[in-house]
Ligand binder design. Sequence first.
Ligand code: SF4
Length: 275
Amino acid sequence: MPESPSTLSIEEFIQEVFEENFELLIAESGHAISPQAKQVALEQVLLYWRKLRDVAESVTDTEVLLTLPAQTTPQGREFTIEGVVDIVREDEHVIMYDIKTHDADYVRENIELYKQQLNVYAHIWQELRRQPLDAMAVIATDFPSEVKSALAHLDPRALDAALERWEPIVPIEYDPAHKDRTIYAFGEIVDKIQNGEFPPPPLEVLQTPIKGGWRQERFGTRVCRNCDARFSCDSYRQYAMGNRRISERGMEYFTEDDSNQEDWRTASLDTMFSE
Ligand code: SF4
């Protein structure tokens, strides 16, 4: 057990708990991440704390599980929607926060996606739980490129300035009309899963720059890079073949952002052999 925050600085406490959680996740899943990815994850947590200490300290209800049972898909299947949010209650004012590991620019450019999800949560909170709600927001914990650059160059002054400019809280408008569309869209996906329909999007989708992406980042890089199915995905294979080299065996390929593949493989092998 890590020591309590009263005997450690909060940041030391966060690092200890982070390590403990990391080991737990490896034990549970059997998967590892590269040391580089692990370091980035820790930095994200620590900077989230530095930037949003006021919000973190004022959260009154953490990890609130919201459940919307007995929904019906277009093809008549029953399903349940679940989500987890944080709640801040200050005097009579109640704010719902949804923490995302995305960057704030991406959230702002794709705000409709987040509106849909949060409005379902708002419906559950207000209508089913009979709780008041005054505002909603996404907390985007991935830091912007300016912060990444300051971290990479080990420049504390640039980091302070970049943190000052960073706006990780993105307010979300309450609009009950979003709820029904979102529940219907969830239902359509449930039907596809149950029907075994898993075709990937066509190559054109992977080649399309995504709104809010850094440097014209494309779907195939931003999304597929993190997809466990990418090495058996036809669309990704075409995308990767059009972008970078293919190994002699024709099975392993790397996009411009897969430079940490070797670290990742080593970390996974370490996990397998330590079991
Ligand atoms: S790699 Fe994954 S995310 Fe990308 S298209 Fe294929 S299945 Fe979808």
